[in-house]
Design a protein around this ligand. Structure first.
Ligand code: FES
Ligand SMILES: [Fe+2]
Length: 422
């Protein structure tokens, strides 16, 4: 593989992750082809964002701008958001409603099916200039992605050979989507966040149940998530996706006392909030699970933290920068008080969220400290080494090994050797 620095995986069970993968520019270019344009399904958005014909959103697959719209016939299409004339970004808004997409540069315009419809001054002026006689408008279409929708969640793929979305997600992930999208949703709002680190570091973060009760003081102190609670992590058969979950209030008192003793910076049992409604969970699912972080390879997280529901899209912006795009939602049948509660709890996450503010920082401090350590690697052993399999409990990071086992295969790395673990 043509990378800037030689990259070797020192351990066949992916319990060592080479730091070079977060910094290698040539590898980043290959990832755009082999991961984001490879045989995967990328999260694009939610059907609820496009209720009416003509509705559109702009989104991204890796670093490729993508435009998603609903046609007059009601069909959802996704295109590369690039004008077929000289390549300008066609839609610059984040969302809207339109009959046509008109490029700002020279006003070429396209139908919602992606067909070129109009070119200004096509015949020039008084027969001078304009398009050549062999120009055929009907030959020009926006580059369309294959799309598939599961329970209103829209995914797109550049690769015709991608397996059906149903199989790609697998039963466990479908089950979680079924749970969170069991009835019509309503989008409540958005946040966007730039993080100075490689996009895979965020995938690591969301597949790391262990950090949730250690990095996040708010979680541990107020009990939304503690390592001493009932929970775990479950992967799909290929280990590329992961579901981390736990139940608020299920603490094992002894485990809590033993585990958090002496960790005053993490766990402050005497802290109170002036408005404790921030912490309340209004039971709305037919189970005791109060937190779910569902990570879908390669760019999607779907979250339930108490009553805060959202999707998080991971967008790469070069090897050393990423964007998180947060879409908050509730259900169409929520009453006013529930909508207010969800909006209140939306402050738990996002760029300044009481919990997830630290995740952006975690990505950045790893990115920074590993920049000149390209021959070194991360240790990923918590929860066990060897075979990648679900492990009960929250003190695990096995799903990170799962992510890299699939990433490694997709990228076509040489098989990892198992003799150089240090
Ligand atoms: S680049 Fe779009 S019309 Fe020219
Ligand atoms: Fe986190």
């Amino acid at each position: 593989m043509n990378t800037d620095t030689p990259i070797t995986w020192p351990s066949a069970d992916f319990s060592r992750v080479p730091f070079a993968i977060y910094h290698d520019r040539a590898l980043y270019e290959l990832e755009q082809e082999r991961v984001f344009k490879g045989p995967v399904w990328n999260y694009l958005g939610l059907e609820a964002e496009l209720p009416k014909p003509g509705d559109f959103i702009t989104t991204r697959v890796g670093d490729v701008p993508v435009l998603v719209n609903r046609s007059q016939k009601g069909v959802i299409h996704a295109f590369i958001n690039r004008c077929m004339h000289r390549g300008a970004e066609l839609r610059r808004e984040t969302c809207g409603n339109a009959v046509l997409h008109t490029c700002v540069y020279h006003q070429w315009n396209y139908t919602l099916e992606g067909n070129l419809r109009g070119v200004p001054f096509a015949n020039g002026v008084n027969g001078v200039g304009g398009l050549p006689p062999d120009f055929k408008k009907s030959d020009i279409k926006l580059h369309e992605l294959k799309i598939a929708i599961y329970k209103g969640v829209i995914f797109g793929s550049f690769d015709e050979s991608a397996e059906p979305l149903h199989d790609y997600l697998g039963a466990a992930v479908r089950g979680e989507i079924d749970r969170l999208f069991s009835k019509p949703i309503r989008v409540l709002g958005y946040q966007r966040q730039r993080i100075g680190g490689n996009w895979k570091l965020y995938n690591d973060n969301v597949r790391d149940p262990n950090h949730g009760g250690l990095l996040h003081m708010f979680h541990a102190t107020f009990g939304l998530y503690r390592l001493s609670q009932v929970g775990g992590a479950r992967m799909d058969e290929r280990h590329r996706h992961n579901i981390s979950y736990n139940s608020l209030g299920s603490d094992d008192a002894k485990a809590q006392a033993d585990g958090y003793s002496g960790m005053a910076k993490v766990f402050q049992p005497d802290y109170q909030l002036k408005d404790m409604r921030m912490l309340s969970n209004r039971q709305e699912f037919p189970d005791k699970v109060t937190l779910v972080i569902l990570s879908i390879f390669p760019n999607c997280v779907i979250q339930q933290i108490a009553n805060s529901l959202c999707t998080r899209q991971i967008r790469s912006h070069g090897v050393d920068e990423m964007e998180l795009y947060w879409t908050y939602f509730g259900y169409e049948d929520d009453d006013k008080s529930m909508t207010e509660h969800r909006i209140r709890q939306s402050n738990l996450v996002g760029p300044g969220g009481y919990i997830s503010m630290e995740d952006g920082e975690a990505v950045e401090i790893v990115h920074r400290a590993t920049l000149r350590q390209l021959d070194k690697h991360a240790r990923v052993e918590i929860g066990g080494t060897g075979e990648i399999k679900d492990s009960p409990g929250l003190v695990t990071e096995v799903p990170i090994r799962g992510f890299y086992s699939y990433y490694h295969e997709l990228m076509g790395f040489e098989p990892a050797s198992s003799d150089a673990r240090a």
